[in-house]
Design a protein around this ligand. Structure first.
Ligand code: KG4
Ligand code: ZN
Length: 352
């Protein structure tokens, strides 16, 4: 029997099972991750090897080094995920893998490893969009959450307001015209002399500062559209730092960090609440690496409460890149009968 026939049979079994078990792999950027998920939302294991210490000395992710590190770590990370879950490959019903967007060399490591496993075990394989994965992180943390809802996705590569009409139906209703929120956090952090990745360090510094010391604004962020921009705010911060340096003046870095963070948060809150109300949604979720920002979580929670909108965000461990979220998104795709073939390829610019 060919792989196609056997995997189709196993997909039919997967869709009938009460609690099918999926092995998920994520390698789109600088985390090598694998997870075992039962019934879509129950996380049996979630192994993550982060390359942050490796890339730190270069001030950002070096794609070639990321790919090599994924190659070195992927077998061990998958083994760890299976062992922690108390499973072997024979217990696995399907494989899910991130196929884009991301760094092509990094994605290819996960995609090819997953295809190898799928072929060896005759298992169905599903390629998962990384952003759909981030959104699905909310299903894991909130077992009763179901579409439809609005979701603000803020990561190192994306700042999208996405209408989630069903598990596999996404519509981008607004996005940044330039830098992603996480990218702006990282660039401003660098201007403030903080290490990579700057987001969490900038958040910590901002806690010590006055967020009204500076006004970093962008006209686009003040209007009622669902489009926004972070590049201008970032440049304004860099200019403050340069001007002070040229004049030999001391800048209170904590004040700059707090004011920048407030500006980004105000924009994300205003735009996502507006989009949620506009489309008459009653639920708003937050997703992507920047969702680990406590000030953003609290601001969105407060604004949602005021508007009678139910607010959701993932637990901290599912905010930044992980494979549990990929397994969850993969599960719902398979339950709809969607499946990939062995010609699945990495698509660095995949998008909804
Ligand atoms: O989703 P993610 O792990 O990777 C991508 O898909 O891009 O997001 C990483 C981004 C980085 O830009 C990082 O600085 C940002 O999320 N980030 C944060 C925080 N934690 C991570 N930004 C602001 N505050 C945080 N606490
Ligand atoms: Zn991500």
């Amino acid at each position: 029997m060919s792989y196609e026939t056997k995997s189709r049979e196993k997909l039919a079994e997967y869709m009938k099972k009460d609690s099918p078990v999926i092995l998920a792999i994520e390698s789109s950027c600088d985390e090598t991750a694998a997870a075992v998920i039962r019934g879509g939302r129950e996380v049996l294991s979630n192994a993550v090897f982060t390359q942050i210490p490796i890339h730190k000395r270069y001030g950002g992710v070096v794609p070639e080094i990321a790919s090599r590190s994924h190659v070195e770590k992927i077998s061990g990370v998958v083994k760890e995920a299976l062992e922690t879950a108390g499973k072997t490959l024979c217990d696995i019903d399907a494989i899910a893998v991130t196929c884009g967007p991301g760094l092509v060399g990094a994605l290819l490591v996960g995609v090819n490893y997953a295809k190898g496993l799928a072929l060896a075990q005759s298992l169905p394989i599903i390629g998962v969009d990384h952003i759909a994965g981030h959104i699905a992180a909310n299903y894991i943390s909130h077992p009763t959450l179901e579409p439809p809802f609005m979701c603000i996705v803020a990561s190192g590569g994306h700042s999208h307001i996405v209408k989630v009409s069903d598990y596999d139906k996404f519509e981008v209703v607004g996005k940044t015209r330039d830098d992603a929120a996480g990218e702006a956090f990282d660039k401003v952090a660098r201007a403030l002399g903080l290490a990579y990745p700057g987001g969490p360090l900038l958040e910590a510094l901002a806690k010590e500062g006055n967020d009204t010391s500076y006004s970093f604004k962008s006209a686009l962020n003040e209007d009622s559209s669902s489009e926004f921009s972070f590049s201008g705010i970032k440049t304004a911060v860099v200019n403050v730092m340069h001007n002070a340096q040229q004049k030999g003046e001391e800048v209170n870095r904590a004040d700059v960090a707090a004011s920048f963070q407030r500006s980004v948060i105000n924009t994300l809150v205003r735009k996502s609440i507006h989009a949620t109300k506009e489309s008459r949604m009653t639920k708003l979720a937050l997703a992507g690496g920047v969702s680990a920002n406590t000030a953003l979580r609290e601001a969105l929670r407060e604004a949602s409460e005021k508007e009678g909108i139910e607010f959701f965000c993932p637990e901290m461990k599912y905010c930044t890149d992980n494979a549990a979220m990929i397994g969850c998104a993969g599960h719902y795709a398979l339950m709809k009968g969607n499946v990939s073939n062995l010609d699945l390829n990495a698509d660095p610019s995949l998008g909804f």
